[in-house]
Ligand binder design. Structure first.
Ligand code: FAD
Ligand code: SF4
Length: 344
């Protein structure tokens, strides 16, 4: 038992998934090194104004865990660091770490990849004006706007905000054929937050259909529509036009069979989720199998095992909500512990 507990596990990426993996390993008494390329833990959670489906503050997830790490001697956190090389050796990997510009070598018995996702570049969707009109945001940029508003830096007049879903997802011609899975939910959250912050403002969600298949998800979207009075319009806007300082949206409401015109102050595009650059780099470095879009692939009928002694956690495998990222982080930690105990 003692020998196994001396073997290190390397966690790459300190978002929700990587944090949870490191936490479970540390609590079980296994030494962990977590490398995070930015200057803080939390990943995308740091950018979120609130969290579906329970309107929780994402800081309430990150901050207590960061404090726990400070007290747990088993977990070593390296910020502004990454992995610069790796070599397969008996019972693990010899890895090179770039620790704030200082090179370090470690032998690890297991590796957990938790390098996350990014939103697709929207320059292919010029008709919606992202990058051309100041008030057209992708959904992560809009989380920052919501944070500003929640902090009291609000526009003078209650705004009209229009959300376009499935931008780049489910679009075989210009984007990706897959559904990005979480954008129906975070769009409902963002539209509901606008109404909380500005009861006299208006939120419109333009959608093809909505997918809310998680615990409390359907109820969440229903409450946004019925209690917060967010207006859902079934239809796909063709183009956004500037008009007297606002943004004109024309669309056919395909449920009602009537044309709809909305003059919005802000437009938010729910852009497709794709693997992060770090995910691509680590997949290549460790020789991991990826799918056609670059998401890391587990072995057939495996939850998180990618190859011998390598596991994935979170959105480097596919779009996932925070709870799913935590579940995968915990599963990857459990599998790492199991592999450390395997006979030579
Ligand atoms: C607009 C938006 C709103 C959302 N709202 C919600 C919500 O309300 N509720 C909810 O449940 N979920 C929400 N989500 C989903 C949530 O953000 C994800 O589930 C969660 O952030 C996934 O965590 P992760 O650890 O997989 O990835 P990430 O958060 O992307 O973390 C990956 C980490 O890895 C680091 N990294 C990358 N490459 C390297 C490398 N080579 N070396 C070292 N470190 C590296 C990155 O810097 C980052 O810190 C939302 C997502 C979006 C886009
Ligand atoms: S989750 Fe919803 S908004 Fe996102 S791609 Fe799927 S259907 Fe479209």
């Amino acid at each position: 038992m003692g020998v196994h507990k001396e073997q290190l596990t390397l966690v790459i990426g300190g978002g929700a998934a990587g944090i949870e993996a490191a936490r479970v390993l540390g609590q079980a008494g296994y030494p962990v090194v977590l490398v995070e390329k930015s200057n803080r833990l939390g990943g995308v959670l740091n950018q979120l104004a609130s969290s579906f489906p329970r309107w929780e503050d994402p800081a309430q997830f990150v901050e207590p865990r960061v404090k726990d790490f400070e007290k747990c001697e088993k977990v070593r956190i390296l910020l502004e660091s990454t992995v610069s090389g790796c070599q397969k050796v008996k019972n693990g990997y010899q890895v090179k770490i770039d620790n704030k510009g200082v090179a370090e070598e470690l032998q690890v018995g297991a590796v957990i990849i938790a390098t996350g996702f990014e939103l697709m570049d929207l320059s292919g969707y010029g008709e919606y004006g992202h990058g051309s009109f100041a008030n057209v945001f992708n959904s992560l940029e809009f989380e920052a706007v919501l944070k500003q508003w929640a902090a009291g830096n609000k526009p003078e007049k209650p705004p009209v905000v229009a959300f376009f879903k499935c931008v780049g997802s489910r679009d075989r011609s210009k984007g990706y054929p897959y559904c990005s899975k979480i954008c129906c939910m975070y769009t409902a959250k963002q539209a509901g937050l606008v109404k909380d912050l500005f009861p006299d403002g208006r939120s419109y969600v333009f959608y093809m259909d909505y997918r809310a298949s998680g615990k409390e998800y359907e109820e969440f979207v229903r409450s946004v529509i019925e209690d917060k009075h967010v207006r859902y319009v079934r239809g796909r806007p063709a183009k956004v036009l500037p008009e007297n300082g606002r943004l004109l949206i024309r669309c056919e409401d395909t449920l009602m069979g009537v044309p709809v015109e909305v003059r919005a102050d802000y437009i938010v595009l729910a852009a497709a989720i794709r693997p992060s650059q770090g995910t691509a780099e680590m997949a290549q470095m460790f020789g991991l199998k990826t799918d056609a879009y670059g998401f890391i692939e587990p072995e057939p009928f495996e939850a998180v095992k990618v190859q011998e002694r390598v596991f994935l956690a979170g959105s480097c495998g596919f779009a996932v909500e925070t709870l799913g990222a935590l579940q995968q982080g915990a599963a990857a930690a459990a599998q790492a512990i199991a592999v450390l105990h395997q006979a030579d």
